[in-house]
Design a protein around this ligand. Structure first.
Ligand code: PLP
Length: 477
């Protein structure tokens, strides 16, 4: 099977090439030519590893030895043997995606991507080093650094918005060890960093570049796995019978995680509504309600920084899937780029609204949710997960849809200890690590091992650059 650009179906690549390139040459995103139809009923009974093997092989056929790639990716990396366990909390099931090496859901994909990339490279007989460029809103950066550190034939370069990530997130990145890693703060926000990366792709095509952002199909494919896994858990727990629809609420930024849910649904998993949860940067909430995507608004810094995004790259893939019209997608993306907004034709919007529902919550509401969920159910969630929870409650309340609902939990609360502490009514110390210790003292929820002792590690990457310096910096690596 081939994939092609969302903006031009004549720009085709086999899956190995698609993963290697990351982004299509015209700036579009690679999409599979067809979404595979699978035996979902059998798949939901599989444990995580064989399930991931099936899922990723289905989306990226032609990358060989998938079983051993998956084993190498996940074995010994996650603190839960199930990789992505579910827990019941009050009215919802929480799908915990943060038990990997960096305590964010990005690990599920970024443990796998280096395996896919090196396999693709070998298959193509490519000898030159690949440079992986990554813009991060906080979590992708560390997960990618950890995934690619010391991988032969690969260099990894991460750009994070200076002052736009939590103190713990920043410490995770700037203390990264490894012979092939580069980390830079950028004077700007996430959208600036992501646009900068896209610009480098356009300007520096003589270099061997790829990306670890969810623009890469190899990032997206592994994320489909946990939707099947969560459905299987509900089935095993006797909460549903096969075929019953399950709704998922997904804390959303770049629209990658929730798009993986859409793909699971299109592959045959009985998914009901996909609830797109945003913070105050509610550009997607507005889009889902009105059909107009309008990024002409200020970017707010919130307590859920990994969702502080106004240009949700993967929405482009959804536009393609519902329209199957690359020239329409190309026009819309050009309009977004030049004018900052676009409106989708009504018939297409109706298709999206039949499957997606959008909600958002303010920081204040998010903190109330953290406090209430902890008080009522003893479950401590991070601010991103709280946005997912809030949207889930709002969806149930407004629609009366009582189908089982899974809230995706995308990060450990210890990555954002200041916000979580203050949500619990404690005066949070300014220092993120003091806050982490205090949060542990208060809740006794175990601290992920990778976050312990971070503040003592040497800060190896201290350069902060302007947006305009991204290209020359990369050329100099
Ligand atoms: C990246 C991230 C998100 C958003 O995921 P997208 O795939 O970008 O929509 C949500 N929560 C956390 C904690 C994240 O790191």
């Amino acid at each position: 099977m081939f994939c092609h650009s969302t903006r031009d179906e004549s720009l085709r690549a086999d899956c190995a090439r698609g993963v290697l390139e990351g982004l299509a040459p015209d700036g579009g995103l690679y999409v599979p030519e067809e979404i595979p139809q699978v035996d979902a009923r059998a798949w939901v009974n599989l444990p995580f590893l064989p399930l991931a093997t099936q899922v990723i092989s289905a989306i990226l056929p032609g990358i060989s030895s998938m079983e051993s790639l998956v084993e190498r990716a996940y074995t010994g990396k996650f603190s839960s043997p199930e990789v992505t366990p579910t827990v019941k909390a009050g009215p919802f099931t929480v799908l915990e995606l943060f038990h990997g090496p960096t305590s964010a859901f990005k690990d599920v994909a970024l443990c796998m991507l280096p395996q896919l990339l090196t396999a693709a490279k070998a298959q193509k007989g490519m000898k030159e080093d690949i440079l992986i460029l990554t813009a991060t809103s906080g979590d992708t950066g560390k997960a990618a650094l950890e995934g690619f550190r010391d991988v032969p034939g690969v260099k990894i370069c991460v750009f994070y918005p200076e002052g736009g990530v939590s103190q713990v997130q920043e410490a995770q990145m700037v203390t990264q060890e490894g012979r092939n890693v580069f980390v830079f703060g950028v004077k700007g926000n996430f959208d600036d960093a992501q646009s900068g990366v896209k610009h480098i792709f356009a300007a520096a095509d003589h270099r061997r570049l790829s990306t670890a952002n969810s623009m890469n199909l190899g990032r997206l494919a592994p994320q489909i796995t946990y939707y099947f896994k969560a459905y299987g858990d509900l089935l095993k727990g006797g909460e549903i019978a096969w075929g019953q629809k399950v709704n998922f609420s997904v804390p959303t930024g770049n629209f990658g995680d929730i798009l993986a849910g859409y793909l699971a649904k299109e592959m045959g998993l009985p998914v009901g509504t996909l609830i797109c949860a945003s913070n105050e940067n509610n550009v997607l909430t507005d889009f889902l309600a009105t059909g107009t995507y309008d990024r002409r608004r200020p970017l707010h810094k919130t307590i859920s920084p990994s969702m502080d995004i106004l240009i949700s790259s993967n929405l482009e893939r959804l536009l393609y899937f519902v329209s199957r019209d690359t020239s329409l997608v190309k026009d819309l993306m050009e309009k977004l780029n030049q004018e900052g907004h676009y409106t989708l034709p009504e018939s297409l919007m109706a298709k999206i609204q039949a499957q997606f529902w959008g909600g958002w919550c303010s920081d204040e509401k998010g903190k109330q949710v953290i406090s209430r969920v902890y008080g009522d159910y003893g479950y401590l969630c991070d601010p991103h997960t709280a946005a997912g929870w809030a949207a889930a409650e709002e969806y149930r309340g407004k629609t009366g849809d009582e189908n089982p609902l899974v809230v995706l939990s995308t990060a450990s609360p210890y990555k954002f200890p200041e916000a979580v502490l203050s949500a619990l009514g404690e005066a949070a110390p300014k220092d993120g690590f003091a806050a982490l210790a205090q949060l542990h003292g208060k809740t006794a929820v175990p601290v992920p091992r990778n976050l312990l002792g971070l503040e003592q590690k040497p800060r190896l990457h201290t350069r902060v650059i302007g947006k305009d310096e991204m290209l020359p910096t990369v050329l100099g690596l």
